[in-house]
Design a protein around this ligand. Sequence first.
Ligand SMILES: NC(=O)c1ccc[n+]([C@@H]2O[C@H](COP(=O)([O-])OP(=O)(O)OC[C@H]3O[C@@H](n4cnc5c(N)ncnc54)[C@H](O)[C@@H]3O)[C@@H](O)[C@H]2O)c1
Length: 325
Amino acid sequence: MNILVTGCAGFIGNKVSEILLNDGNQIFGIDNLNSSYDISLKKYRLNNLNLNSNFNFFELDISNYKSIEKNIFNPSKNIRFDIIINLAARAGVRQSVENPWDYYESNTIGTLNLLELCKKWNIPKFILASTSSLYGLNKNMPFLEEINTDQVLSPYAASKKACEVLAHTYHYLHKIDISVLRFFTVYGPAGRPDMSIFKFIKSIDEAKPITIFGDGTQSRDFTYVDDIAAGVISSIRATGYQIINLGNDKPIILSNIVELIENYLNKKAIINYTPAHAADVKDTWANIEKAKNLLQWGPTISIEEGIKRTVNWYLENKTWLSKIK
Ligand SMILES: NC(=O)c1ccc[n+]([C@@H]2O[C@H](COP(=O)([O-])OP(=O)(O)OC[C@H]3O[C@@H](n4cnc5c(N)ncnc54)[C@H](O)[C@@H]3O)[C@@H](O)[C@H]2O)c1
């Protein structure tokens, strides 16, 4: 298949592209290589994809419709795409409070542009990365896809809610098959350096203090990146408009994550506690019955195994990672 993957230099987009390339697909990857975090990590991921001759990279911004159409959908290029997988986004809850505009540009306008391209160029399938942040302060856990997601807590979650709703209109009006995947806190090797697990591993190893927002009892349904990527790929065959949770179905509190990292590094954390951030949700836990039934998907990597692999990757790459900000 010819597949357009946006955010291919990102944490999840990179893993999805890698697996699809290994399966023999032709990947057209877009990323604007923005400075949301240290670019050397994005280049590291991209270098791995560039080793495969079926990978074609375009440094473009999905919020710029004209540049995407000119560079990729130009009729002279004569490429018929089977799917767009939209993993490009400004991610991160707290940063979205500081700069909501970037989030709406990349996430919402970006998604709108890609949906328009599906419509115009007859691309039958669109996959959208959404988030567990949509469940906000809901207390009915594990979260079912059907529960109300109108009370979101951050501009990031609001931008994703807008994407979900936009995607529905394109399914309704233009019969595009759309899978909206709500990811639950993704972690793993080459993860995002602005996320807790990466920050904790690096700081604990370097004997620097870590910051915990709140008292450490907040829980997340941490899900290993390979499992998330497998879920994205299995959603290719889903038809209609489907909202599907992809989570580990085993929430774990943040303090236990710190303990696991301490054990694998054989070092003690120095912990600074600061008040919880208002935009952070307290707990997340996915109900994954729909993913099991519709996609025959389920998580396969335990948190112990996943953290061990992530720590090992960090130790193997420690020299250049020490320079990551
Ligand atoms: N990592 C998680 O825990 C998590 C949880 C829920 C949802 N998600 C969603 O999954 C997707 C991937 O997240 P990730 O963790 O891999 O983040 P990431 O930041 O590592 O990857 C996103 C990539 O998109 C690129 N990008 C951003 N805006 C762009 C634009 N306008 N044009 C082109 N490229 C752009 C970035 O440069 C980056 O490489 C995002 O949509 C995110 O919101 C992630």
